[in-house]
Design a protein. Structure first.
Length: 299
């Protein structure tokens, strides 16, 4: 594992300061970490300068992610993990800091999206604001929309309700409920099931990957009391966890995930026959999931 540091392009007013040696914002001394009795990194010593971009380079499994997780104390939340040594953020011992306060200053962007599985897209984006005490609903909504637009996700998520309505339009036995959209946030699955409990017997249809995460859902015991779980498992999906009161959904199943469908559309390939015709037409008319296509309504 090696490191490479390069200066960020200075702004004109900061050109003079950029010529000066960067003071370290992070100082790492004698840092070792690993899992159980197996060390992954040993005696790491390095400084990370202020205003510089530092790249940590090395082959897979050499400890790059372990080192980075130690810097904002995410490593220690992994069962069996250990970390020892000295890491200082602007002179403060990170291992004595409040982890929430530390992570406000030392963030981490993961290789793959890692949302909270029991929260909506809106709640995932708004969670940071709520953690910092923001309660203004208008301000929160504006920040969420701005963030989703910057991530090129806004047009995708706002179309989901319309696609669901299109998929069920000609099915008399289906109705789309706005309960979760209209309920003041935060909103959880258990809240929706409570609201619908008087309608009759409830079934909650999940993918096998969602069942594997069920222990992380809010009030899972109450969910199991309110609804029968039906699992739609793709042939290539992981095995269902044991000990869950679930029934397998006996229905034809395409072995393709929603992520794979979006990737297919992004490559310009048709989704016809893979999604309901009404949804396929909606995606085609609005050019959803295609890079460089304006998703405004067709005229």
């Amino acid at each position: 594992m090696s490191t490479m540091t390069m200066p960020m392009k200075p702004q004109p007013e900061a050109a003079a300061r950029a010529q000066q040696p960067a003071s370290p914002v992070l100082e790492i001394r004698g840092l070792s970490a690993g899992y159980a009795s197996a060390p992954v990194i040993r005696d790491v010593r390095m400084d990370i300068g202020r205003g510089l971009v530092t790249a940590i380079i090395g082959p897979s499994g050499c400890g790059k992610s372990t080192l980075i997780r130690c810097l904002n104390r995410m490593h220690e939340i992994i069962p069996g993990a250990f970390c020892e040594g000295d890491v200082r953020l602007e002179g403060h011992d990170v291992f004595r800091m409040d982890p929430v306060h530390l992570r406000r200053q030392v963030g981490m962007v993961f290789q793959r999206p890692n949302p909270f599985p029991t929260m909506s897209v809106y709640e995932n984006v708004a969670s940071g604001l709520r953690l910092n005490g923001v309660r203004d609903r208008k301000l929160t909504a504006e920040r969420v929309e701005k963030s989703l637009r910057q991530a090129a996700l806004w047009d995708e998520v706002k179309d989901r309700l319309a696609m669901l309505q299109a998929a069920t339009k000609d099915e008399a036995r289906f109705a789309v409920s706005r309960a979760e959209l209209d309920r003041p946030s935060p909103s959880y699955t258990v809240d929706t099931l409570e609201a619908l409990a008087s309608e009759g017997r409830l079934y909650l249809i999940l993918g096998s990957d969602a069942v594997a995460e069920l222990d992380r859902w809010r009030d899972v015991r109450r969910i199991l009391e309110l609804a029968t779980l039906l699992v739609a498992a793709r042939p290539s999906a992981p095995e269902l966890p044991t000990g869950r009161p679930v029934d397998l959904l006996d229905a034809p199943c395409l072995d393709i995930s929603s992520r794979e469908l979006r990737a297919r559309a992004a490559r310009g390939r048709s989704l016809r026959y893979l999604v309901p015709d009404a949804v396929w037409r909606y995606i085609e008319q609005r050019g959803l999931y295609r890079a460089g296509v304006d998703p405004s309504p067709a005229t």
